[in-house]
Design a protein around this ligand. Structure first.
Ligand SMILES: Cc1cc2nc3c(=O)[nH]c(=O)nc-3n(C[C@H](O)[C@H](O)[C@H](O)COP(=O)(O)O)c2cc1C
Length: 173
């Protein structure tokens, strides 16, 4: 017998990312995003879905650029902070204690504490339910050399933490 389920429960595990947007020096934003995936190898495209009313979604639509930063498990607290506060109210770099550094190509800063960065140029914005889907070309991708060569330790990306966040939104534990 098959029973009805909340579809998202069967899409875990998801990676989670810190997306930076806006302009370095002009209170850029950092948003925690799990709805982010590769969609094309040639050209290299990613798609990220961000809530229509989110401050970050507005900045990305305005500037048409963002950076996908890859956090490790040690940044769990900061990921939670960036995923539970709005950049319309707070400076998340300051509040989370994260360091902005200039990106190579885009105006948004990278999160220096993250181990990998994908600088993205928006090619399409699609209205998708309660989200805006940003389809963007990866213009630059770089990572910590030591991790790229050795143990990547990205286990946090596969952990329970993001599932709990979404679970609580659907009224579950
Ligand atoms: C681990 C995690 C993953 C999240 N993934 C998404 C996501 O994929 N899309 C989304 O719209 N919000 C997601 N959120 C919620 C946003 O990060 C949150 O609403 C944030 O406060 C929006 O900030 P902003 O108003 O500065 O854009 C996630 C939160 C967490 C903690």
């Amino acid at each position: 017998m098959k029973i009805d389920v909340e579809y998202l429960e069967f899409m875990w595990p998801m990676r989670h990312f810190l997306i930076t947007c806006g302009v370095m020096g002009e209170r850029p934003d950092i948003v925690a995003v799990s709805f982010c995936m590769p969609v094309s190898k040639e050209p290299p495209l990613v798609a990220c879905a961000i809530a229509t009313g989110a401050h970050s979604a507005g900045l990305i639509e305005t500037h048409r650029e963002f950076v996908v930063n890859v956090p490790q498990e040690e940044l769990k607290r900061q990921v939670y902070y960036c995923g539970s506060h709005s950049g319309s109210q707070v400076d998340k770099f300051e509040g989370a204690g994260l360091t902005p550094k200039p990106a190579r190509r885009v105006k948004a800063p990278i999160v220096d504490e993250c181990v990998a960065h994908m600088e993205c140029l928006v090619r399409q914005v699609v209205a998708a339910g309660d989200k805006k889907l940003f389809i963007a070309e990866v213009g630059e991708a770089y990572a910590e050399e030591s991790l790229a060569k050795g143990d990547r330790k990205f286990s946090f990306a596969l952990g329970e933490f993001p599932a709990h966040i979404y679970g609580s939104r659907f009224g579950k534990k």
